[in-house]
Design a protein around this ligand. Structure first.
Ligand SMILES: [Fe+2]
Length: 368
């Protein structure tokens, strides 16, 4: 392998050249954050008072939360001192290290309606929210509602099964923990940019495989006129940016369609190396989400996973997270191939999410 012997060049997001090591805060290792808490923002009493006032303002207006909350704008949800903090968190996630945690969202004191309104309001400072599924849920409910994880059409967030390392279908994903599981459910995340760099160092031949087409199964969430699968590279070098898009269970599932080219030995080897790197002690950070914590991740530079869990018998005590998929108003350019997975658009500020025939955008207070 002549390529492996040549010294690898390093470039930064904004000026990334294909098949070079990407340098920057998003290309982190676990050791970089050991003992550090600068990625955690703790809401102060002043922040929470502002949040309370904005939530009550929306509730007093009497709007129907199911059909109208997702039309509320940032101007209708004023957060005088918290707002700039939320803007800073978004920038760190979008263009910095790629991950952040917020603590102290008052889930214990809030009713479900207050929690939903409050979380929607925070999201207004991070970007335009997009639909989480074919039902048009603008806030996703991550809860085991008894779906069979072995059914190919099941989205794993509606089960208690482990999820492999992947990223979601929007620029930013955020999760708010309402309830933790009785046991299990550990969240972990890793930098997909570091995974890219390590693959380049170890197996430059496989980096080329990742830059080729990978077939992705839509799990039955098929937009009008589209096939039930599409192709998108894992390593996307575009206008000076490296964006990584990876979900191995969707690649494996695509093999159920006769029209999809068969995965080769190189593809399987590539996935094995990718997963081994993502879950390694050197790359991975673990975090058990606690009620009131909000996690934010860039889907272009970070991967996430969660372990299987066991719930309490009482339905109301079961693990329950809320999810936002967000498109910030300012963000990196993405190649046309992302249109397939980004709701038909790669326009900055207006991309991502799942849109199929008859999708009606709404917000549900319960997992359904
Ligand atoms: Fe996910």
């Amino acid at each position: 392998m002549a390529e492996a012997a040549a010294p690898l060049k390093a470039t930064r997001q904004g000026s990334v050249e294909p098949f070079t090591l990407v340098e920057g805060p998003e290309a982190w290792y676990a050791k970089d954050y050991r003992g550090r808490s600068d990625w955690v923002t703790v809401l102060s009493p002043t922040h929470i008072a502002e949040l309370d006032a904005a939530v009550q303002g929306i509730l007093r207006s009497g709007i129907d939360l199911r059909s109208q909350l997702h039309k509320v704008t940032r101007e209708q949800f004023p957060l005088p001192t918290l707002g700039p903090v939320l803007d800073g968190v978004r920038e760190e996630v979008r263009a910095g290290r790629g991950f952040a945690l917020i603590r102290n969202f008052p889930v214990e004191r809030y009713t479900r309606a207050e929690a939903i309104v409050g979380y929607w309001g925070l999201g207004l400072y991070w970007g335009k929210a997009v639909s989480n599924n074919k039902a048009g849920h603008m806030i996703g409910h991550i809860k085991d509602i008894g779906h069979d994880p072995n059914n190919p059409l099941t989205r794993l967030y509606a089960t208690n099964a482990a999820q492999p390392y992947h990223n979601d279908s929007a620029d930013i994903v955020s999760l708010l923990c309402l309830k933790a599981a009785r046991s299990g459910g550990l969240s972990s995340f890793a930098s997909s940019i570091t995974v890219h760099n390590e693959i380049l160092k170890r197996r430059p031949d496989l980096a080329r495989v990742f830059a080729g087409d990978w077939y992705f199964d839509r799990k039955g969430e098929v937009p009008p006129g589209k096939k039930p699968f599409f192709a998108i590279p894992v390593f996307n070098y575009h206008e000076g940016y490296l964006s990584v898009n990876y979900s191995d269970n969707y690649y494996l599932l695509s093999q159920r369609h006769a029209e999809v080219p068969r995965l080769t030995k190189a593809h399987y080897e590539a996935m094995e190396l990718f997963n081994q790197l993502a879950r390694s002690d050197e790359l991975r950070q673990d975090h058990m989400l606690q009620p009131g914590e909000i996690e934010l991740l860039s889907n272009h530079t970070q991967l996430h996973t969660r372990a299987a869990f066991e719930d309490y018998d009482d339905v109301d005590q079961r693990r329950h997270l809320l999810r936002l998929w967000l498109a910030p108003a300012v963000d990196r350019p993405l190649p046309e191939s992302y249109k397939e997975i980004y709701g038909g658009s790669v326009e900055v500020g207006n991309r991502g999410g799942i849109h199929v025939e008859g999708t009606e955008e709404h917000i549900s207070l319960e997992a359904e």
